[in-house]
Structure formats: structure tokens, C-alpha cells
Write a protein that binds this ligand. Structure first.
Ligand SMILES: N[C@@H](CCC(=O)N[C@@H](CS)C(=O)NCC(=O)O)C(=O)O
Length: 228
């Protein structure tokens, strides 16, 4: 059975991707949560992860680091990770790679923090460009493949790669076009997303650099997380 090592559910957007993929596809795994260490997880995480980062998938003697490599590794034994249709599969792979390699402004300006609600100081042109591109990708996928997911009727890795965006839209009160906003709402309503989100709200530990990053981004209007 797979073991998936993840970071704090409140903060770790990269961990959410393979976790949600495995949960949505009903692939059994053991979860191991390694909380971020205040002001520097990297050295501590090097004890189990070659990059000092999470997520990390462990399958017997095999370790797979990096969310996209994990998706591809799981797909070898579970082809439903990617759509069955060739064109949909090409689109799913392309947009997952685009997320993996891009959207730096969205990631930096709107750090994931599931339990907070934040009014951004500004939506810069670079941030708006990232949001516009996500809107375009989501609308194209939904229109071409018929929804309700990005490449058709089934949840695939492409949806998992964009799932943290739905949490960021919620945290920062950002809006997209009606079809894209409806897709974000569908992602948030998935039972496994709700499980992740509720677990994130129940985390009581806070990591100062993640907290400082979002505090710098705007005004915190509410904090829904449980306190210690
Ligand atoms: N490209 C990697 C990114 C992984 C990553 O940046 N993980 C963050 C958490 S979301 C991390 O482990 N940060 C700890 C650190 O950098 O010290 C992936 O796709 O898995």
C-alpha cells in the first residue's frame, strides 16, 4: 500500500494534489502528516525526502517526490489518473504541467491558508493574468469535454492539480466567470475536499513564515481555525 507524506493541510497546496487524487479515485493509502517546522522545514524534511519537500509517495522501497511524478507513478498501476480519451488526456497532462511549472504570481501573492479569509491589498495585473488564464483553462476544459470535471465526467489528476486554486479563491474572495466559479464550487463540495478542509480548520499549530506571508498580502477578515 502507498504511504503519502504530506505537510499541514492548512498550508500545503502541493500535498493536497496527490492526496485528493488518491482519495477521489478510491486508491488506498496511508497518510503521514509532517508538520512544517517554524522557520525552516527543509533540513528536517531531508531526513525522509530527498528534496526536503512534501509531498512524497513511498511504495515499499520506492520513493517518489514531486506531485507530478507521483501522479505519473500512480497512473502506471491506476490508469484512471488520466482521462481515457486521447485528446482529453493530452489536455489534462498539458494543463497539469502548466500548473506545476507556472502560476508563480498566484502562488506567491495568495499563499494557501484554508482557514483564513483575506482581502488582498491589490489584485496586480500579473495576478489578474494568472486568474484569467485559469479561467480560460477551466472554461475550455468544461466546454470541450462536457464537465462536470475539467476533462469530462470523471475526476482526474487535472482536477487535483487545480483543486488548491478553489481554496485560494475562497480564502481571498476572488471571482472568476460563472462557469469557472461553478467548477470551483463543485471542487470545494467534493466530500474529500471537505475532509481536507475540515482537517485544516482543526489544525492548531501555526507556522510563523506561512502566517506572515499571508498577513503581508492583505487584511485578514476572519480566522476559522480551531485555536489550541
Ligand atoms: N514541485 C514540488 C513542490 C513541493 C513543495 O514546494 N512543497 C512545499 C510544501 S507545499 C514544501 O515542502 N516546503 C518545505 C520547504 O520548502 O522547506 C511538488 O510538485 O511536489
Amino acid at each position: 500500500m502507498f504511504t503519502l507524506i504530506i505537510g499541514n493541510k492548512n498550508y500545503s497546496s502541493w500535498s493536497l494534489r496527490p492526496w485528493l487524487l488518491l482519495r477521489q479515485l478510491g486508491i488506498p493509502f496511508t497518510e503521514r502528516l509532517e508538520p512544517f517546522i517554524p522557520h525552516g522545514s527543509h533540513d528536517a524534511f531531508r531526513a525522509f525526502s530527498p528534496t526536503g519537500r512534501v509531498p512524497l509517495l513511498v511504495d515499499g522501497d520506492i520513493k517518489v517526490w514531486d506531485s507530478l511524478a507521483i501522479a505519473e507513478y500512480v497512473a502506471e498501476s491506476h490508469p484512471q489518473v488520466w482521462p481515457a480519451d486521447r485528446a482529453a488526456r493530452a489536455f489534462a497532462r498539458a494543463i497539469s504541467a502548466e500548473m506545476h511549472a507556472g502560476f508563480a504570481t498566484l502562488r506567491n501573492a495568495c499563499g494557501m491558508n484554508c482557514g483564513l479569509r483575506i482581502t488582498l491589498r491589490a489584485v496586480t495585473p500579473a495576478l489578474q493574468a494568472d486568474l484569467d488564464r485559469i479561467d480560460e483553462i477551466w472554461c475550455e476544459g468544461l466546454a470541450r469535454f462536457g464537465g462536470p470535471f475539467l476533462t469530462g465526467a470523471s475526476f482526474t489528476a487535472a482536477d487535483a492539480f487545480y483543486a488548491p486554486v478553489a481554496l485560494r479563491l475562497q480564502t481571498y474572495g476572488l471571482t472568476l466567470s460563472p462557469p469557472a466559479a461553478a467548477y470551483a464550487a463543485r471542487l470545494l463540495a467534493l466530500p474529500s475536499m471537505q475532509d481536507w478542509y475540515n482537517a485544516a480548520l482543526n489544525e492548531t499549530w501555526r507556522e510563523p513564515s506561512h502566517e506572515a506571508e499571508v498577513a503581508a498580502a492583505g487584511t485578514i477578515t476572519s480566522d476559522l481555525r480551531r485555536t489550541a
